[in-house]
Design a protein around this ligand. Structure first.
Ligand code: SAH
Ligand code: SF4
Ligand code: F3S
Length: 455
């Protein structure tokens, strides 16, 4: 038995990829561990989206190096170190040069080749020649074909399932089109097979993933058709999807939200900014107005839908008036959840070379103002649930004894006193209290479910 430690940074697609890496390495005798110190193989699955993400990788590599030395010093054998993910793709050569502890670098589209690479690194042993590097030929077909062959193992009641990879949108601030390649959608048959396998292992909820998941299109299959089909799989009671682009919201997706009970009333639809001038400079291909119309259409289809978003403050050239337009848009949307980031210039992206970069102090001040507004909206959304009875999927034990926790349809964490035999089940909970990040409740009867949530 060999021990595998994977540390995952960044988005849910990396979480999915990490699980799949463990799946392809299992036949080689690797068993996952949550401790890096005695691992035989360490994989850092990295993210390149903002500056700090890259620095975190290097800091972690420093710690790994110390663990590797200690392990070898105690006669506990070697430690192979691999860097995967978006930093690997973007900065493979720099990593090899800057961090000699790294044995191999593998980009997001090449994980199917991991077993061979690891075997080579192991065979070479202590005298191994470093420098094996496999970066993307951006061949997601090959990646997913190979992953198909590896049995997906999943404990727990909620799982991620990647259906789409890559991005053709080229927002001027973003590295993703360079690290993940062009948009590509997996064949529906493979996805249905994987989802069925997950349901057979007790998974009740799948979140369909893609950098632009609503751009999913394969052989006439749209995301909406995929959702309708997956909703019919016995045991799969909840379906979610993320992340969507405002430009790709389609009629059939609105209709699915109105008609498919298993499709959860939650939409993560990043808008980034509220000023049309900034949106244009970002190359977002939508306006504040068109975004608000999309939200309105979604609310017409599903009145209780929870809207979530991402925001960037301090994009080059963003004036105080531009920033206030973002605050106006936020006020108009009323978010259930949201993430705000300071603009971070990424090497090789057009925005990094733009003039009128915004000073750090201004970015900090705007982040604080936007953060406070979003926080207030989240609290308001959560408070509006008090007194309602929501179906909750119980997926973990709570922090206190006798407590369990789960997720509402709106992706809120719900805590309550209840026996842990309820784990893996969906049961009605009447909400008794709310904070900005979680809800508390008591068990209720199915007949009490609120309005649009009654089956
Ligand atoms: N594909 C998704 C998400 C991409 S990355 C989308 O289009 O919305 C997740 C979020 O990170 C983005 O929505 C954006 O808000 C943020 N982000 C991306 N690049 C960034 C940068 N250079 N600086 C700050 N935030 C960034
Ligand atoms: Fe990045 Fe824009 Fe693509 Fe999202 S749509 S991944 S923000 S380039
Ligand atoms: Fe980060 Fe890559 Fe995801 S840059 S956000 S891990 S696609």
């Amino acid at each position: 038995m060999k021990r595998l430690f994977i540390k995952t940074y960044g988005c849910q697609m990396n979480v999915y990829d990490s699980e799949r890496m463990a799946d392809v390495l299992r036949p080689l005798g690797y068993v996952s561990t949550d401790r890096p110190d005695d691992a035989d193989l360490v994989v850092l699955n990295t993210c390149h989206i903002r500056e700090k993400a890259t620095e975190k990788t290097y800091a972690e590599l420093g710690r790994i190096k110390a663990l590797q030395r200690a392990k070898a010093g105690d006669g506990r054998g070697g430690m192979t170190v691999a860097v995967a993910g978006c930093v690997a793709q973007a900065e493979g050569a720099e990593i090899m040069a800057r961090a000699p502890v790294v044995d191999l670098v593998v980009g997001p589209q090449s994980y199917h080749q991991l077993p061979e690479l690891i075997a080579q690194a192991e065979q070479a042993g202590a005298s191994r020649p470093r420098g094996e590097r496999l970066l993307a030929e951006f061949a997601p077909e090959a990646k997913f074909d190979r992953l198909e062959g590896a049995t997906r193992r999943r404990s727990g009641y909620s799982a991620f399932l990647t259906v789409q990879e890559g991005c053709d949108k080229f927002c001027t601030f973003c590295v993703v089109p360079y690290t993940r390649g062009a948009e590509w959608s997996r064949p529906a048959g493979d996805i249905i097979r994987e989802a069925t396998g997950l349901a057979q292992q007790g998974v009740r909820e799948v979140t369909l993933l893609g950098q632009n998941v609503n751009a999913y299109l394969n052989n006439g299959w749209t995301l909406a058709r995929l959702i309708r089909t997956l909703a019919a799989i016995p045991g799969l009671d909840r379906i979610r999807y993320t992340t969507s682009h405002p430009r790709d919201m389609s009629e059939d997706l609105f209709a699915a939200h109105a008609e498919v009970q298993a499709l959860m009333p939650y939409l993560h639809l990043p808008v980034q900014a509220g000023s049309d001038r900034v949106l244009k400079a970002m190359n977002r291909a939508h306006t504040a107005e068109s975004y608000l119309r999309t939200v309105e259409r979604m609310r017409a289809a599903r009145p209780d839908i929870a809207i979530s978003g991402d925001f960037i403050v301090g994009f080059p050239g963003e004036s105080e008036a531009d920033f206030e337009a973002t605050l106006d848009l936020v006020r108009a949307v009323r978010h259930a959840s949201a993430y705000a980031f300071k603009y971070s210039p990424r090497p090789g992206t057009p925005a990094a070379a733009m003039g009128r970069q915004v000073p750090e102090a201004v970015k900090n001040e705007r982040l604080q103002r936007l953060g406070a507004l979003l926080e207030a909206q989240m609290t308001e959304f959560n408070l509006a649930q008090v007194g309602r009875t929501l179906p909750v999927l119980f997926d973990r034990r709570g922090r206190r004894p006798g407590q369990i926790a789960g997720k509402s349809p709106y992706l809120q964490s719900v805590h309550l006193q209840a026996p842990d035999t309820l784990l893996g089940q969906i049961a009605p909970v009447t909400i008794t209290a709310a904070a900005s990040r979680s809800l508390t409740g008591v068990l209720a009867q199915p007949a009490e479910l609120s309005g649009e949530l009654a089956a």
